[in-house]
Design a protein around this ligand. Structure first.
Ligand code: HEC
Ligand code: HEC
Length: 276
């Protein structure tokens, strides 16, 4: 035994025979391969186990839900308008279902007949400006409900009270997304060419702006009142247009009008010209 040591004092190797050498070479290849196989198995198992107690389709769906159901809203997408019934249920019913605070009750002809007498335009004016205990736009903003949606609610309620008002015409841009009656009177916006004409300005004024500007309600510069308009017109028409589009104080942006900006500018010009 000790003479083996003496034979190779500096060269001690566990490999003593060609057989051992072959075994070592084979092991050098096999061991990493086995380790790799074990690792792959381990990782594979690890991930399926970490997918949760339930690896059912349901559990996985649940896991990816926040991403899968992400809703992307395109601000340029055509607005989908609510029906009169939807608007009624969301805001009007609060008062009109029971007749709270003296509101004409839904479906009660006796409450509505005298009011219907003033025609749709009269009712719509009350809607936009408020009347008695009813705040303007029933307290909503034009972002919540457009004039068109409020008009639908007015028609919905008035018709339930005995009127036979047709469904109001949809704003031009939204026509494809709503089922407005095709024979309905064209809205001023629909009749407007790209650049709104003076005629459109007059129509929009009469339909929307006159509610405040005809009588000078709530500090609005009165139509045709030179003294009221002069200091405003001095600022230049750009400032006047900007004012009309953005709104200020009591005046809502675009006067609450739901159509294109060009129509509001035309209406402003119409009013400005009348005060020159
Ligand atoms: C905060 C309570 C309240 C809410 C909300 C409300 N109304 Fe009214 N509404 C009233 C009252 C009160 C009257 C009666 C006002 C008067 O004649 O003095 C009225 C009257 C009306 C009239 C008749 C106007 C007239 O000229 O005679 C219409 C049309 C109308 N409401 C439509 C609506 C619509 C459409 C909605 C929903 C978009 C709505 N209201 C939401 C309280 C409300
Ligand atoms: C709810 C009432 C109301 C309606 C509806 C309304 N306005 Fe006004 N408007 C006002 C009031 C109030 C002012 C004055 C506000 C102020 O000076 O603080 C005003 C001011 C203006 C001015 C003066 C701008 C300036 O430079 O001083 C213009 C222009 C104008 N409105 C255009 C319009 C047009 C166009 C419409 C219709 C599309 C409209 N308004 C609808 C209430 C209204």
């Amino acid at each position: 035994m000790s003479d083996v040591h003496n034979e190779h004092p500096e060269h001690e190797s566990p490999i003593k025979t060609p057989k051992q050498l072959i075994a070592v070479v084979i092991a050098a290849f096999l061991v990493p391969i086995i380790v790799i196989i074990l690792l792959v198995n381990f990782v594979g198992h690890g991930s399926t186990e970490s997918a949760g107690a339930g690896t059912t389709a349901e559990a996985i769906n649940d896991r990816i839900k926040p991403v899968a159901s992400l809703e992307i809203k395109d601000p340029n997408a055509p607005r989908v308008f609510k029906t009169g019934e939807q608007v009624y249920k969301e805001i009007c019913a609060a008062c009109h279902a029971t007749g709270a605070a003296g509101a004409p009750k839904y479906g009660t002809a006796a409450d509505w007949s005298a009011r219907i007498g003033q025609g749709f335009d009269g009712l719509m004016k009350s809607m936009l400006n408020g009347k008695g205990a009813m705040p303007p736009r029933a307290g909503s903003t034009p972002d919540d409900y457009t004039d068109y949606e409020l008009a639908r609610a007015v028609v919905y309620m008035a018709d339930a009270g005995g009127a036979k008002f047709p469904e109001p015409p949809a704003p031009a841009a939204a026509a494809p997304t709503t089922a407005a009656a095709p024979e309905a009177v064209a809205a001023p916006a629909a009749a407007a060419p790209a650049a709104a004409s003076a005629e459109v300005g007059k129509k929009v004024y009469e339909q929307v702006c006159a509610a405040c500007h005809a009588a000078g309600v709530a500090g609005a510069p009165k139509f045709g009142d030179k003294a009221a308009w002069a200091p405003r017109l001095k600022e230049g028409m750009d400032a006047v247009h900007n004012f009309a589009l953005k709104g200020k104080g009591v005046m809502p942006p675009k006067g609450g009008y739901a159509g294109p900006d060009a129509d509001v500018i035309a209406a402003s010009d119409y009013m400005a010209n009348a005060a020159k």
